[in-house]
Design a protein around this ligand. Structure first.
Ligand code: ATP
Length: 297
């Protein structure tokens, strides 16, 4: 009976935590094993990556027919580089992530990974190659080891330990009464926001994808935890093509390129210092965030 109820139990938990986050949707689709919006083309090949470049080519997209969210968006993320997407709330930042993971197909234009249109390859092969570190992770009512291994079916204990070490969560695990076998989640040990994020990072490391999608936490982590997690993320993304959706500009000042999005259009792009010099929307957002920080601190 327990076996029977477990999947339902997990699903209930996922639903309860559903917001607009990427991971929530990823887990939901995976658990209910259905995909309302997109289907694989018959005989679609697997995505084969030699050089993990990502490109949006004139992408037009809206969730509803009469409301366009992205208006012909084009940009490139060279293999191994780190690109951040910033912009006011509602500009379409998370939508870009959802399209890259192919929860939806664009109405016009193409999204290419290593030159292959992601609409023409299998969703499974696409999602296998993209790791998501979300704002708010879903933890299952299971052991912490299971939660980390979930990044890839069949991951061995050694792999899980190595990932936990790189994600800097091993010291915590070692202090737990049953180590990796300690139950976490709603009915087990409660983890803090920062710890949950580390589990998500470890999960991603087990998956070992060439492309990373980071959805920066908006939830308030204390600044020391935030700095530590940022340092871990930096290490993890070092050799991977990384697209980061950022809410706080201070975390992405060292990105190779920053895309500034407004109302679904790319209004500025470049390096942090170039963008400050332009005195446009980015510079304005930067000044505003600095003022808010000094007000609150
Ligand atoms: P934020 O910084 O607030 O997270 P964002 O730039 O990530 O914002 P998106 O989440 O991409 O913005 O949303 C862009 C627009 O699309 C918003 O106007 C939003 O209301 C709309 N939108 C998002 N998800 C859906 C959906 N599932 N159905 C209909 N409209 C949606």
């Amino acid at each position: 009976l327990i076996q029977l109820f477990r999947p339902l139990d997990m699903l209930g938990m996922v639903y309860r935590t559903v917001r607009q986050g990427l991971i929530d949707m990823a887990e939901m689709f995976r658990l209910i094993d259905t995909d309302a919006e997109v289907k694989d083309a018959p005989g679609a090949p697997a995505l084969l990556i030699r050089k993990p470049t990502v490109a949006f080519d004139n992408v037009v997209f809206g969730y509803e027919q009469d409301r366009t969210i992205l208006h012909g968006l084009s940009f490139e993320v060279p293999a191994g580089s780190h690109v951040a997407i910033v912009g006011p709330s509602g500009a379409g930042k998370s939508t870009i992530g959802r399209l890259l993971f192919r929860f939806y197909d664009p109405q016009e234009g193409r999204i290419l990974i290593d030159g292959q249109d992601i609409a023409k390859v299998t969703q499974h092969s696409l999602r296998e190659q993209i790791g998501i570190v979300p704002q708010d992770s879903v933890l299952f009512n299971d052991t912490i080891g299971y939660n980390i291994a979930y990044g890839r079916g069949g991951a061995g204990r050694e792999q899980v330990i190595a990932a936990a070490q790189s994600a800097a969560i091993m010291p915590l695990i070692e202090r737990l009464p049953e180590g990796l076998d300690t139950e976490v989640g709603e009915r087990g040990l409660k983890l803090s926001g920062g710890e949950k994020q580390r589990v998500a990072i470890a999960r991603t490391l087990v998956k070992d994808p060439p492309i990373l999608l980071l959805d920066e936490a908006t939830s308030a982590l204390d600044s020391r935890t935030e700095q530590e997690i940022l340092a871990t993320l930096r290490r993890v993304s070092e050799h991977r093509t990384t697209l980061a959706i950022a809410h706080r500009l201070s975390t992405i000042a060292d990105a190779d390129k920053i895309l500034v999005l407004e109302h679904g259009r790319l209004v500025e792009s470049g390096h942090h210092t170039d963008l400050l010099r332009r005195k446009g929307l980015y510079a304005e957002m930067w000044d505003r965030q600095r003022a808010e920080k000094s007000d609150s601190g």
